[in-house]
Design a binder for this molecule. Structure first.
Ligand SMILES: *[C@@H]1O[C@H](CO)[C@@H](O)[C@H](O)[C@H]1NC(C)=O
Ligand SMILES: *[C@@H]1O[C@H](CO)[C@@H](O)[C@H](O)[C@H]1NC(C)=O
Ligand SMILES: *[C@@H]1O[C@H](CO)[C@@H](O)[C@H](O)[C@H]1NC(C)=O
Ligand SMILES: *[C@@H]1O[C@H](CO)[C@@H](O)[C@H](O)[C@H]1NC(C)=O
Ligand SMILES: *[C@@H]1O[C@H](CO)[C@@H](O)[C@H](O)[C@H]1NC(C)=O
Ligand SMILES: *[C@@H]1O[C@H](CO)[C@@H](O)[C@H](O)[C@H]1NC(C)=O
Ligand SMILES: *[C@@H]1O[C@H](CO)[C@@H](O)[C@H](O)[C@H]1NC(C)=O
Length: 812
């Protein structure tokens, strides 16, 4: 392109290039307004994407979609347990390749916020601590304890030095602009009294001493010591945050929850695009917020055993990018518009003075104006009421929808309103691609039930489960010999457990199961069992569904069986025999190598068979759509593809509404070969493998709904201003199918007063008969299309009424 430039511009280009090569960003600093990068104050939108919750093959597209959504920075934790699985042995390969992830973000021109922790919570097993940490003599986690501080400092320094040697801090020309030490420590600080306070001071000093050249934050830590910034976590930081603890620190929001993590037995938490936009805008307008991070922007998948206690395998599927990396609409698009609208206000926001005007009982205007240039003015008109409000601001009238904020980048024109969603809604479908319903294609292997004679580890008490298994397995067998002399063939068996699930066997025969739940510390099994006269073999399999992700004194938690009674006799202090894990697990029969270690049998057809492994083969579905296993016919267990665990499943644990908490389990494309893939399921409870399918996941329908008088959102506002477009002052319906797909059918079209909001749509009393024909004419066969809701297009089906256009289309 250079030959097209005249001399003047060419010189500037040269100058810029030279500057770009030699300059680095310099240290990142801050003041009471914002972070200062390259000498510039910044309003930043950030999104959490955790590198091990997706695959390196997914990272470029996830980051690109975040960038397209108006995200400036990617925030991630560092997952200590993955990187140092054995003390002193490190792993930074594959999904654990932190440096590659950060360099990918850098390559796409975004910043990075690195939350080193090392405690991260994050609904991650043990809050990211490696399990061996608890075996360090005299250790007490997360307090003023020398052995703990030594390990924390060693690991933090290792991460910081790695980032430095790769040149990844902004101070060295890299993308990292912010680091975090500790995480939500306030939640446990009280348990440690003065030592908690001194630990906070120590952690801040230690981190700052590592000289990263970029600021450190602590989240949910009101007393974060200088120069560490206290940041807010939650859903409503515009209302709940008490603000920075010094006028010289900016207001940062490290976790704006786009949904909430989900535990088995619980239903999905839905947070609307409108609510997210309202609170992000409020934080910026009212709190002078300058950094908002969406937690999560892409949640992803808790592969293997990484999910914390009872937490489901899919993580924050309701994020702007769903578990599979698909855009969740309208959330993704509505936030994109919000970001663009706020960026139009950057100048007055960053250099102007904030004033608050009261426009009504529940209506305020937050105005940012620069005294020196009267031109630069931005306003946020907040309606916190539950009804639409009419207000007057600077001599102009505005209608503010209920619970909404209008953003006026010039203090005159509304560029965006948080409650007016003009983005399309999208519907995701799971379409079976491979149905595993042929019995001849399955093989099975059932675990033998071990008894006391089979065990080599013995103790005269009930051992704590995780210290016995070293968290190498979710399972521990507790076995007992019981001499039954009574003539009564039945007896009661009562087991109290601090584990998560229990399967009980007597003489190798299943007698009962029980399990706990998230936020429940213990549970019991109370059942009547058949005994034989003489010696009986009691075998109790205690299972964990992840370690907890937090709490004070995690290292002292007790898991596993606490008390066992048969009839009225207490066996808690009898001689118990132990076996760690299942045979199939120890032999890794889910892998190619381990598979031959057992004798697989033809599938027997029993759907009640416990502790059974199932194995089959399949070819990868065609195309590039993400894929997921539909395990709706199974009970509880774990699934492997080509030896890689895609996580635990627990379909039988229903929500109060009677549905599985999670039925589909993501199989990353990169786990698959074109042909001959192995699928192995470990089923604990009983299930029907013939009901399993491998489904393609895609956006199959899109729907747009816009009112005639609805304001254009920011992108059309900018277009109007810059390109002199004729779109006028109303918003338009825009439909876009995923790349490579086009609109194959108009499912619904109505210009008038249609009922529904892209859900359960129906015609209203007013309807233009041309609606469908026009939608078909404009949209069929296209990847994207736009339609103006106007009488000029559709005729006027009902004069003097405000009309709405709603169009739903299928993508194929
Ligand atoms: C950048 O920060 C580092 C570490 O805090 C410090 O040693 C250095 O002097 C700073 N450089 C500049 C240019 O301020
Ligand atoms: C801006 O103007 C207002 C009102 O005239 C005044 O109160 C305020 O101090 C000024 N701010 C600055 C930074 O000059
Ligand atoms: C909005 O009203 C609710 C109570 O209805 C209150 O809790 C909240 O703080 C208010 N928010 C704002 C921004 O005024
Ligand atoms: C346990 O030991 C018995 C003999 O006491 C043997 O028959 C059985 O196969 C063993 N089971 C396992 C799982 O090793
Ligand atoms: C116990 O034995 C009774 C009678 O033989 C039988 O009906 C029952 O199903 C048995 N219970 C279990 C749990 O095996
Ligand atoms: C809109 O256009 C005017 C005139 O060209 C320009 O001064 C102004 O900066 C533009 N505003 C935005 C938000 O682009
Ligand atoms: C905008 O449209 C008007 C009327 O069509 C035209 O006269 C004017 O030149 C256009 N402005 C630009 C910047 O294209």
């Amino acid at each position: 392109m250079a030959w097209l430039l005249n001399d003047c511009c060419f010189a500037i280009l040269l100058l810029l290039t030279a500057f770009g090569v030699t300059a680095h960003a310099g240290n990142v600093t801050y003041d009471g307004r914002s972070l200062i990068i390259d000498g510039q104050h910044k309003i930043l939108f950030s999104g959490s994407i955790h590198y091990p919750r997706s695959t390196p093959e997914m990272w470029p597209s996830l980051i690109a979609k975040a960038k397209e959504g108006g995200i400036d920075a990617i925030q991630t934790y560092v997952f200590w347990d993955l990187h140092e699985p054995q003390q002193g042995q490190y792993d930074f390969s594959g999904r654990n390749d932190l440096v590659r992830f950060i360099k990918e973000v850098q390559a796409q021109g975004l910043y990075v916020a690195l939350r080193i922790g090392p405690f991260i919570e994050s609904e991650w097993s043990y809050g990211g601590f490696p399990f061996w940490l608890r075996d360090i003599p005299h250790i007490v986690f997360r307090t003023d304890n020398e052995p703990f501080k030594r390990e924390m400092e060693r690991w933090t320094a290792k991460v910081v030095n790695m980032m430095k040697s790769e040149g990844l801090y902004a101070s060295l020309g890299g993308p990292i602009i912010l680091s975090q030490i500790e995480n939500e420590y306030t939640l446990v600080e009280g348990a440690f009294h003065d030592e908690g306070k001194s630990y906070v001071r120590w952690a801040a000093k230690m981190a700052v001493g590592l000289q990263t050249g970029v600021p450190w934050v602590m989240c949910r830590q009101d007393d974060a010591p200088d120069p560490v910034i206290n940041a807010c976590n939650g859903m409503r930081c515009g209302e709940t945050f008490r603000g920075p603890n010094s006028p010289n620190k900016p207001a940062l929001w490290t976790e704006d929850w786009t949904s909430f993590y989900q535990a088995y037995g619980e239903k999905t938490y839905m947070r609307s695009a409108e609510d997210l936009a309202f609170h992000a805008a409020l934080f910026i307008a009212k709190m002078k917020g300058s950094y908002v991070n969406y937690y999560m922007y892409h949640g992803g998948t808790n592969f293997g055993k990484s999910a914390a206690a009872y937490v489901i395998t899919g993580y924050y599927d309701q994020s702007p990018l769903d578990e599979y990396g698909l855009m969740r609409q309208p959330k993704w698009g509505h936030l994109k518009e919000l970001h663009a609208a706020v960026k139009l206000c950057s100048k007055p926001l960053l250099s102007g003075e904030q004033t608050t005007l009261y426009l009504g009982q529940q209506q305020q205007a937050y105005v940012y104006q620069n005294n020196n240039s009267g031109e630069e003015c931005a306003a946020f008109l907040v309606n916190n009421g539950s009804r639409e409000a009419r207000v007057v601001f600077q001599g102009r009238r505005y209608v503010l929808p209920r619970k909404s904020i209008s953003i006026l980048p010039d203090c005159k024109t509304v560029a965006f309103n948080t409650a007016m969603v003009t983005e399309q809604h999208s519907t995701r479908s799971m379409v079976p691609s491979e149905v595993f319903n042929s019995a001849v294609n399955w093989e099975e292997y059932t675990e033998a039930i071990p008894d006391y004679e089979n065990t080599s580890l013995r103790a005269k008490e009930l051992l704590e489960q995780t210290s016995t298994t070293q968290d190498k397995s979710d399972y521990l067998w507790y076995t007992l010999r019981y001499q039954h002399d009574s003539s009564d063939s039945q007896a009661t068996l009562k087991v109290d457990s601090h584990g998560h699930i229990l399967h009980a066997f007597v003489n190798g025969i299943f007698v009962g199961s029980a399990h706990g739940a998230h936020n429940r510390r213990s549970f019991s099994l109370d059942t009547t069992v058949n005994l034989t006269k003489g010696l009986n073999k009691i075998s109790l399999l205690s299972g964990m569904v992840g370690l907890p992700a937090g709490g004070a004194r995690m290292e002292r938690n007790f898991y596993g069986l606490r008390r066992v009674k048969i009839q009225d006799k207490d066996f808690t202090r009898q001689s118990w025999g132990y076996q760690v894990g299942l045979f199939g697990y120890r032999s890794q029969i889910y892998s190619d190598l381990g598979s031959s270690k057992v004798q697989w049998k033809n599938y027997g057809g029993s759907i009640e068979q416990r502790l059974t492994w199932y194995k089959t083969q399949f070819d990868a579905p065609e195309g590039n759509d993400p894929v997921a296993l539909n395990l709706g016919s199974m009970g509880k267990g774990e699934a492997w593809i080509n030896g890689e665990s895609i996580g635990r499943y627990w379909v039988s644990f229903h929500t109060p509404q009677g549905n599985p908490s999670q039925q589909w389990y993501h199989v990353p494309r990169s786990f698959l070969k074109p042909t001959g893939n192995s699928l192995v399921l470990l089923e604990e409870e009983g299930g029907d493998p013939l009901g399993v399918s491998l489904d393609k996941v895609s956006i199959t329908s899109v729907c747009g709904r816009v009112s005639e008088t609805q304001l254009p959102q920011v992108s059309s506002w900018v277009e109007k201003n810059n390109t002199n477009s004729t779109m006028g002052t109303t918003a338009i319906v825009k439909l876009t199918c995923p790349p490579g797909k086009s609109i194959s059918n108009i499912v619904f079209a109505s210009y008038g007063n249609p009922i529904g909001n892209c859900e359960r749509n129906a015609l209203g009393r007013c309807h233009s008969v041309y609606s469908r024909a026009i939608a078909e004419l404009v949209c069929l066969g296209k990847n994207k299309c736009s339609i103006l809701p106007s009488n000029q297009v559709f005729g006027d089906p009902c004069p003097y009424t405000r009309k709405t256009l709603m169009v739903e289309a299928q993508c194929q």
